[in-house]
Design a binder for this molecule. Sequence first.
Ligand SMILES: NC(=O)C1=CN([C@@H]2O[C@H](COP(=O)(O)OP(=O)(O)OC[C@H]3O[C@@H](n4cnc5c(N)ncnc54)[C@H](O)[C@@H]3O)[C@@H](O)[C@H]2O)C=CC1
Ligand SMILES: CC(C)CC(=O)C(=O)O
Ligand SMILES: [Mg+2]
Length: 348
Amino acid sequence: MEQLQLAVIGGDGIGPEVTGEARKVLRAALAGAVDLVETEFALGAAHYLETGEILPEDTMAEIATHDAILLGAVGGDPTDPRLAGGIIERGLLLKLRFAFDHYVNLRPTVVHPAVESPLREPGDVDFVVVREGTEGPYVGNGGSIRVGTPHEIANETSVNTAYGVERVVRFAFELAETRSKRVTLVHKTNVLVNAGGLWRRITDAVAADHPDVSVDYLHVDAATIFLVDRPSRFDVIVTDNLFGDILTDLAGAIAGGIGLAASGNINPDGTFPSMFEPVHGSAPDIAGTGTADPTAAILSAALLAEHQGYADAARRIRDAVDQDVASRPASTTTSATGDRIAALVAAA
Ligand SMILES: NC(=O)C1=CN([C@@H]2O[C@H](COP(=O)(O)OP(=O)(O)OC[C@H]3O[C@@H](n4cnc5c(N)ncnc54)[C@H](O)[C@@H]3O)[C@@H](O)[C@H]2O)C=CC1
Ligand SMILES: CC(C)CC(=O)C(=O)O
Ligand SMILES: [Mg+2]
């Protein structure tokens, strides 16, 4: 039987709770077809506070030997001075994304008819945000002077390379070819003229290679209006790391809740393992209460299965989620939701 070596990083807060349920469902979906070998890696803010370790080089090298990574979420109490400066988010999560060249951060949104969406007219909402994952303002290129004085100046530089932008824009067009053949570039070219100009020129050049794909452009502020007012206009949105981060929390909210929003950090070249995680964070406000919705992590496991070539397992997970959200009890728990979905998958 084929083996799938899965690295699991539960992380902090609700991370281990939701990955626990995603693993149950993934096991059910692959049972009998794939030998799923799961290796847990104790990493995150809690692990750092206990051991002083964030992401040792040998741990990263070991993770790299796996076929794929399932991650919950990382990050602890933001008021804890020992975690200041996003030390875990940058030193662990972003480090993995950068080191494993996860240049496509894929974030699909579908509004399920049975889900209570805040949209007035949910209509036919099915779009994917292709967020650049290795550049932009997240690269840590900045600095401050006169810190703590009234004259402090803080800079954060957004790095956008022609190489980095072109490869993610090409991915977005290729994805659109398999969908409704519409790409929307989202940026802020009227103000961020240097980065915006590069994104615009590259999008226009790549569009010329895809004459059957229609292309439009929205400033990011206007894109937030359309995401609420008329999200059915979108098919594939391509955007930078920061705008994509923000737009996809909004996309989760319009689709019925952040607990439903899945993502994949993809290394399309296959040189490194891709990493699948819910869009949400570690939600310290609800950690340990058993109320976290594991659906986003479960749908991330479906993306993982699909990416690894197990399309049938992915389809069965998504069908089971659809069935479950259509009949979900008003009051439920994290583990009960995982159990129901795993049972539906096993029965399919
Ligand atoms: N990929 C990752 O590891 C991410 C980590 N973070 C980190 O997570 C920590 C908390 O960040 P926040 O900004 O509060 O964002 P968050 O996404 O953790 O929480 C925002 C709100 O959504 C709710 N929520 C999130 N996931 C949910 C779920 N599955 N079911 C039900 N409700 C859910 C939370 O209870 C909270 O009210 C921080 O340390 C942050 O840096 C944030 C985003 C992504
Ligand atoms: C902590 C951030 C870098 C992660 C995040 O919010 C995201 O990727 O959506
Ligand atoms: Mg985010």
